[in-house]
Design a protein around this ligand. Structure first.
Ligand code: FEO
Ligand code: CA
Ligand code: CA
Ligand code: CA
Length: 639
C-alpha cells in the first residue's frame, strides 16, 4: 500500500526495554521444545507427505541451497543452480480471447485493454493444478501506481483513468502449461482466463447480507456489489476455490464530514480517497453521498477459478477487516478454520470456524459452507497460552446496547466487537500460513514503530519490542486441532539484523538477517517461506542499512534456521509464493519494482528507481510480475 496510508513509517529511536527481558528465553525453550518435539514426531515417519517430490527429499536436510547475500542490484538473485524467469507481468494479455493487445510500454492503453491484461502490483497467488503440466494460476493485484499506470500519470484526471485504475485492480486467472525443459507458458487463448476487477458484479452472502448497513441506492437489498480491490493475500479452500482478501479498502472512499464513530474506527479521514481519486468520477466511492458503500468492502471474496462465468461471493461470516490473508485448515472433524490477519497497527488476528464439515463434491457441495460458523479473535497471554474469543452477537457483552443488534451488524463492525472482548492488539498482522501435518500455524507481524511510543499501546508478550522496526513471526498450535479455542504460542523468530546498533532491532534470527516479514507459505515439505516488505522509505537506511532489497527466505520449522533464497529488484517487495505439487516449480511475485519514496512514480521518469524486468520488454517502465523459479537440474526447490 502507499506508505501515506495505513503503515506510515518513522525512524524514531526508542528506549525499549532489553529484548531478552521481554522475550523470556526460558519460556521460549519450554514452548519451543514442546512444539519442536511434536514436529519431529510428525516428521520422523514422514507419513502423509503430499507428493513424490517430498518423499524423494525426505532424507536430505530440509534446506539444501546456498544462501544468497543481501543485494542492492536491480535484479532478482536466486541461489547457484537456480533460474528465475518472468511468466507474466503487469499489462501482459491474460489470454481471455485470441488476439489480445500486447502491453504498450508507454502506458498509452486504456481501460478496455487493461481489463484483458494482467493487473498491477501482483500479490497473493495460488496454483490450481489440472495435470502435471497444466493448471490455473490465480493472482491478486493489490493496488496501482498511477504514475506508471497512465502515460501522463495523474495529469488530466478523468473517468477513463478511473476506469483503467479499477481494471488494473482485482484478480487474474490465467491458464499455464509446462513445456519441454520445464518452462511454463501462459496459454493464450484459454477458456479459463479471466480478470476480476473493481467493477465485477459480486454477491454478498452470510449474516451481513441484506443488513441495513449494507444497503445502498444502487443496491437497496444489500446483497449485490460491484468489485473487489486492494486484494492483498489470499486463501484456498479444500473444495478448490480461491479466497481474495480486501485489505486497505478505506483508502478508496472520500470521507463525509463530520465522521461518525464507526467511520473513524475504520480509518476514514479527511484525506481518504485522495490517493486513488475514484470518487471524482465514480460516485459510489463518495461516502458523503453513499455512506454504506464503504461497508460493502473489507470482506473475504470466494472465487471459483474453474468457472469463468461464476459470480464471486463476499463471505461476510468471516468478518470485516482490512483483510491481509485467509489461510484455511481442515479440523479432524471436517470443519474448516480460516486464519485471518488484519494488517494495521494494533489490529487483530481472527479465526473463523465453520459450523459444518466439508462435504465431498467440490464447490457445488460446499457453496454455503463459509456462510455458517463462528468468528473468533485472538488473545495472546504472557504465559505462552492463548484463547480464541467468539464474536457472537448477544454473547460476552456484544449486545444491542453495545451497538451489535444482530450478527450482521457485528460483522460490519468486527473491529469494534474485537475492541470490547480484550483481544490482543498486534504489530500489523500480515499473512497466516500453516502446516496441516503438524498443526503449526504462523502469522507474520510485519513491524510497528508506534508500539510503546508515547500515547500508544505498550509492549506485551506477543509484541515485545517498542519502536518495532523489524517485525516478528508468531507460531501457535491449537489444543485439539484447528477448530480449538485454546492454543500454545511462541515467537518463531524476532526478525532483525544482529549487527544493528539498536539492541531492539537485532532480533534473534538463527541465520540470515531480515526485517518486515509479510508473505508466508508453508510448502508440502514443511519449509516456511518468508517474504519481506520493508517500505521504500525504510530500505537501505537506519535499521535497514545493511539488509539491501526485499527478499525471500526459507526457514526450517524444527531448527529455526532461516536462509536467504532470493533477493528482489530495487524498490520491490516479494509477495506471493506457491509450488507445483511436484515441488519442482516455485511461483513468486515481485511487487512494485522501483517504488519511489513517495510511493507514486514520476511519469516523466518512470525508470528512475528501477527498470525491472528489463528482459521482459525493453525500457518503458518497471512492472510487477510473476516469476517462475526452477532448479537447473529439475530438482526439488529448496532441498
Ligand atoms: Fe497488502 Fe499488508 O500488505
Ligand atoms: Ca509494499
Ligand atoms: Ca502484504
Ligand atoms: Ca506489508
Amino acid at each position: 500500500m502507499p506508505k501515506d496510508f495505513a503503515s506510515m513509517e518513522d525512524s524514531n529511536p526508542s528506549t525499549a526495554p532489553d529484548l531478552h527481558a521481554l522475550s523470556d528465553p526460558a519460556r521460549r525453550v519450554v514452548v519451543g521444545g514442546g512444539l519442536a518435539a511434536a514436529l519431529r514426531r510428525v516428521l520422523a515417519p514422514l507419513a502423509g507427505l503430499a507428493s513424490a517430490g517430498a518423499v524423494a527429499a525426505r532424507r536430505r536436510p530440509l534446506l539444501g541451497f546456498d544462501s544468497v547475500p543481501t543485494s542492492v542490484a536491480d535484479t532478482v538473485v536466486v541461489p547457484p543452480g537456480y533460474v528465475a524467469e518472468v511468466l507474466i507481468a503487469w499489462g501482459d494479455p491474460i489470454g481471455a480471447a485470441a488476439g489480445q493487445p500486447a502491453f504498450a510500454s508507454d502506458a498509452s492503453q486504456g481501460a478496455d485493454e487493461q481489463a484483458l491484461q494482467s493487473g498491477m502490483h501482483h500479490d497473493g497467488m495460488h496454483f490450481f493444478p489440472v495435470s502435471a503440466t497444466r493448471g490455473l494460476l490465480v493472482t491478486n493485484h493489490e493496488y496501482v501506481d498511477d504514475g506508471l499506470l497512465h502515460a501522463d500519470g495523474l495529469a488530466n484526471w478523468s473517468a477513463d483513468k478511473v476506469r483503467k485504475s479499477q481494471a488494473a485492480h482485482g484478480v487474474s486467472v490465467i491458464e499455464i502449461v509446462r513445456r519441454r525443459g520445464g518452462r511454463w507458458h501462459v496459454l493464450r487463448p484459454s477458456r479459463h482466463a479471466r480478470r476480476i476487477t473493481a467493477t465485477t458484479p459480486m454477491r454478498i452472502a452470510g449474516p451481513a447480507a441484506g443488513h441495513a448497513l449494507m444497503q445502498t441506492a444502487l443496491d437497496p437489498g444489500g446483497t449485490q456489489v460491484l468489485g473487489t480491490f486492494n486484494n492483498c493475500a489470499h486463501g484456498v479452500t479444500p473444495w478448490g476455490t480461491y479466497l481474495a482478501c480486501e485489505e486497505n479498502f478505506v483508502d478508496y472512499f472520500r470521507a463525509p464530514e463530520p465522521l461518525d464513530a464507526h467511520q473513524r474506527r475504520w480509518g476514514l479521514r479527511a484525506s481518504s480517497g485522495g490517493w486513488y481519486r475514484w470518487h471524482e468520477h465514480d460516485e459510489r466511492f463518495d461516502a458523503r453521498r453513499h455512506p454504506n458503500e464503504f461497508n460493502r468492502h473489507g470482506w473475504v471474496v470466494e472465487i471459483d477459478p474453474f468457472d469463468p462465468d461464476s459470480t464471486p461471493v463476499k463471505r461476510t461470516a468471516l468478518g470485516r477487516a482490512a483483510h491481509e490473508g485467509a489461510w484455511v485448515a481442515q479440523a479432524p472433524d471436517g470443519r474448516v478454520a480460516v486464519y485471518m490477519g488484519e494488517d494495521a497497527r494494533f489490529e487483530y488476528l481472527y479465526k473463523f470456524v465453520s459450523r459444518d464439515a466439508v462435504r465431498p463434491g467440490g464447490y457445488a457441495a460446499n457453496r454455503t459452507l463459509l456462510d455458517h460458523g463462528t468468528l473468533h479473535v485472538a488473545r495472546f497471554d504472557a504465559d505462552g497460552r492463548g484463547e480464541w474469543i467468539p464474536l457472537v452477537a448477544g454473547q460476552g457483552g456484544l449486545d444491542a446496547e453495545a451497538g451489535f443488534g444482530s450478527q450482521g451488524e457485528l460483522l460490519v463492525k468486527t473491529r469494534q466487537a474485537a475492541d470490547r472482548v480484550g483481544a490482543t492488539r498486534l504489530d500489523r498482522p500480515e499473512w497466516t500460513a500453516g502446516d496441516p501435518r503438524t498443526g503449526e500455524v504462523y502469522c507474520s507481524l510485519t513491524n510497528n514503530r508506534a508500539r510503546g511510543q508515547a500515547g500508544q499501546p505498550p509492549v506485551d508478550a506477543a509484541n515485545p519490542r517498542a519502536g518495532n522496526s523489524m517485525g516478528q513471526i508468531l507460531r501457535w498450535k491449537e489444543d485439539g486441532g484447528f477448530a480449538g479455542t485454546r492454543f500454545t504460542w511462541e515467537h518463531f523468530v524476532l526478525a532483525g539484523d544482529p549487527a544493528n546498533e539498536r539492541p531492539e532491532a537485532r532480533g534473534n534470527v538463527r541465520g540470515d538477517a531480515f526485517g518486515s516479514p509479510d508473505g508466508l507459505y508453508v510448502d508440502p515439505r514443511g519449509v516456511l517461506w518468508i517474504q519481506t516488505d520493508a517500505s521504500s522509505t525504510a530500505l537501505g537506511r537506519g535499521d535497514y542499512a545493511r539488509l539491501g532489497n526485499n527478499m525471500m527466505l526459507a526457514a526450517d520449522p524444527v531448527s529455526g534456521e532461516v536462509r536467504r533464497f532470493l533477493t528482489g529488484p530495487v524498490g520491490s517487495e516479494i509477495a506471493g509464493a506457491v509450488m507445483t505439487p511436484d515441488l519442482r516449480t516455485l511461483f513468486v511475485n515481485i511487487q512494485h519494482p522501483g517504488e519511489s519514496p513517495g510511493d507514486r512514480s514520476d511519469p516523466g521518469a518512470p525508470t528512475r528507481h528501477s527498470s525491472w524486468p528489463q528482459e521482459h520488454g525493453a525500457g518503458g517502465r518497471p512492472r510487477s510480475a510473476t516469476l517462475v523459479v526452477r532448479r537447473r537440474d529439475g530438482g526439488v526447490i529448496g532441498s
